[in-house]
Design a protein around this ligand. Structure first.
Ligand code: SAH
Length: 349
């Protein structure tokens, strides 16, 4: 039960589902129906203190304070993009670590990009989150809180969540699943599973396990190179699995869930943007019902990677389309606040 335990050995009450919360309250001699009330205070009203749970007796609130931790993230800094109202939040975790989350506003609603770990141990060469390695994985409550605090701050509903911030979500598998079930729960925020995207660098056994959960979430694979050698150079963690096995695992995900895979490909000038790379990518993915997102690499302070020129991007896209692949070129939002992919970092800088 390690992942359910908060700091100072208190119960991490916000990571419990309704059934577990009911059980917990019964164990401490409370009435069952209290669970629903407390759950609503946490997951619908997003209160930040037990004392705000006004239909709960003072005695019970005191007992909860003694035995439970109500995880609440404190925003240390909020940056708002002048270009497109993208907001980047730096949150303090209860243990002093910090993480970042981003709110993007689209016509269809608000998307929040959350972190799944404080730091990351995957080591991708182009990514700022990899600098400094992994501190620790986040608890379900800490993933939920990123969405809850941002929703409260903007006073609007969050309709979509992408797990594409700091960390490798499949390196925090059980907590990720608990998070997904809680955020999609009809008694909570009730976000549709189809509006959740999880992005992974490609941990094969975990992709297969996720497929067997039969969720309706979208899985995105960070590909970034069409052949093993080059991929391994860019993404050291990719060395653990052969590329054909990664793609097979993604095919398995599609066959089990019926959810079309997304492949992410960050284009880096002179590294993975040649016509030969495009051809190889076309051959690798051709014939699949999938979507490819081409993302011009975002500049990161410690790295010298450069975005390809527009003409190269178009050429790359056209080549893939010859293989009948759905392709989108993604332009970064929130550029002026370093809010784009790969620019989030755990340190307060
Ligand atoms: N660990 C997960 C999710 C986090 S990163 C993963 O690897 O998928 C989200 C996406 O941003 C990934 O596709 C990642 O490869 C990409 N990314 C990281 N740094 C980037 C950068 N500097 N420019 C563009 N994309 C980047």
């Amino acid at each position: 039960m390690e992942e359910r335990t908060g700091t100072a050995d208190k119960m991490d009450i916000k990571s419990l589902n309704l059934e577990q919360l009911t059980e917990f309250l019964e164990q401490i001699g409370e009435k069952k129906y209290r669970a629903k009330q407390i759950y609503e205070w946490m997951h619908v009203r997003h209160v930040s203190d037990f004392d705000e749970m006004t239909n709960i007796s003072k005695e019970l609130r005191a007992r909860l304070k003694d035995s439970c931790e109500l995880t609440v993230l404190r925003p240390l800094k909020v940056q708002i993009s002048k270009q497109d109202d993208t907001r980047k939040y730096l949150f303090a975790l209860p243990d002093g670590n910090s993480i970042e989350s981003v709110r993007m506003k689209y016509r269809h609603g608000n998307t929040v990009c959350i972190s799944s770990q404080a730091g990351c141990r995957m080591g991708c060469t182009f990514c700022a989150s990899a600098v400094g390695g992994l501190e620790r994985s986040l608890r379900p409550s800490e993933m939920l809180e990123q969405v809850y605090r941002i929703g409260t701050d903007i006073g609007e509903r969050i309709s979509n969540v992408v797990v594409m911030g700091i960390g490798e979500p499949l390196d925090n598998y059980e907590n990720l699943l608990t998070f997904i079930r809680l955020i999609c729960d009809e008694h909570g925020l009730n976000i549709s599973q189809r509006n959740i995207t999880v992005s992974t660098c490609g941990i094969v056994p975990k992709i297969r396990a996720l497929a067997d959960e039969k969720l309706q979430i979208t899985l995105a694979l960070s590909l970034h190179a069409p052949v093993q050698e080059k991929r391994k150079e860019l993404m050291p963690a990719a060395g653990a699995y052969e590329l054909p096995d990664v793609i097979k695992a993604c095919d398995y995900y599609f066959s089990k869930t019926g959810r079309r895979m997304t492949y992410e490909y960050s284009l880096i000038s002179g590294v993975n943007d040649s016509p030969q790379d495009a051809e190889a990518l076309g051959r690798l993915l051709g014939g699949r019902n999938c979507h490819v997102n081409l993302i011009p690499v975002n500049p990161v302070r410690e790295r010298s990677f450069v975005q390809p020129e527009d003409g190269i991007l178009t050429l790359f896209k056209n080549k893939l389309e010859k293989y009948k692949i759905n392709v989108t070129i993604r332009r970064a939002m929130g550029r002026d606040i370093d809010g784009a992919c790969g620019q989030l970092r755990k340190n307060y800088t």
